[in-house]
Design a protein around this ligand. Structure first.
Ligand code: RIB
Ligand code: CA
Length: 332
């Protein structure tokens, strides 16, 4: 049965790949794309979300801008172009790596992302899945404004946290680091959570051979994807700590691959607590993997993915986008 989802994200290279996979997969119906600050500023994440929807041929997709800052961040942005934190060293100044996609022509929705999330959930029968691939600020703000929507969320499938070491600090993964209090709100909400932390996402490393396979698909989306990923193999490019190969990781795509084929993953229902202290542990997700404290589990935490099957699925889904059209004289 088709799963209705809202993708809340901060595109972001891997967010962009997740959106492209979702938009060509009949297992999910994307009701809207909401954005917040994270990898780059909100101004850029909403632009990037529209660029990606547009190249996917989905100019009908509703894209919303959400929160330009985290719940308790002491940095007060002067505008949506300001941001207290950035991962431009990983995702590029634009947030979409080496993307050559033009400025979007499709509109940004006037409605605030949080209001869209609340309105859509309130009007639903409780069959909507929230897919969160950035900081959880929009999700937490929606729950704070309208606690009753918690009963309307079938589950939250999120990329964030770690059983082991973080990536932005020894303790924290980037999404939870950006807004620890928002992660705390979500993990204490009693909403069913499926957590894709670094322990499993680090297993979805890609290499140049796979990018070449994508390029051979010979479509505007495939070419856009190749461009977006093109910075990954430049000398000195970021390598995700704790990886075993190239260090180029498609963290967020795991959320969509799971919805399409849950059998790709293994995990465990465990208790997870978020550290909101103003210390080196800020943003840490402490995962009671061995059930040492006996608290009620609040998340299905994944720790294994079938690497080959994951990339075979992703490649097959990207292959579904329309090919470049040859003109009458055979040129593209
Ligand atoms: O730590 C990885 C996460 O942070 C991913 O969601 C990536 O897009 C960045 O947002
Ligand atoms: Ca992200």
């Amino acid at each position: 049965m088709t799963q209705k989802i809202i993708i809340d994200c901060d595109p972001g290279v891997d967010d962009a790949v997740a959106i492209l996979m979702a938009l060509t997969s009949p297992e999910v119906e994307v009701l809207g794309v909401t954005t917040n600050v994270g990898n780059v500023s909100l101004y850029k994440t909403q632009l990037n979300a529209r660029r990606v929807c547009e190249v996917a041929g989905r100019l009908d997709m509703k894209v919303f801008a959400g929160c330009p800052r985290s719940l308790f961040n002491r940095f007060a942005p002067e505008s949506v172009e300001d941001t207290a934190y950035t991962a431009a060293d990983i995702h590029g100044e634009s947030g979409l790596g080496g993307s050559k996609l033009p400025a979007p022509t499709m509109p940004l929705q006037d409605e605030h992302a949080v209001n869209f999330i609340i309105r859509t959930l309130e009007n639903s029968t409780g069959d909507i899945i929230m897919v969160c691939t950035g900081a959880l600020t929009n999700m937490a703000t929606a729950l704070i404004m309208s606690p009753q929507i918690a009963a309307k969320i079938q589950k939250i499938v999120l990329m964030g946290g770690a059983i082991g070491l973080g990536n932005i600090t020894p303790a924290a993964e980037y999404n939870f680091y950006c807004d620890p209090e928002a992660a705390h709100v979500v993990f204490t909400s009693k909403i069913p959570i499926v957590m894709f932390g670094l322990d499993v996402t680090r297993q979805t490393e890609f290499d140049k051979k796979w990018v070449d396979e994508i390029e051979a698909l010979n479509s505007p989306v495939a070419q856009a994807l190749v461009d977006i990923l093109s910075d990954a193999f430049k000398p000195g490019a970021y390598a995700e700590p704790g990886t075993k190969g190239t260090g180029k990781v498609l963290h967020d795509v795991n959320c969509i691959a799971y919805l399409i084929n849950p059998s790709l993953y293994e995990g465990r229902n465990v208790y997870v607590e978020i550290d909101t202290s103003d210390t080196i542990n800020s943003g840490r997700s402490t995962v009671d993997w061995w059930n040492k404290i006996g608290k009620e589990p609040n998340a299905l935490v994944m720790n294994k993915v079938k690497h080959e099957a994951f990339f075979a699925l992703l490649t097959e889904r990207i292959s579904r986008y329309p090919k470049f059209q040859k003109s009458a004289n055979g040129t593209l």
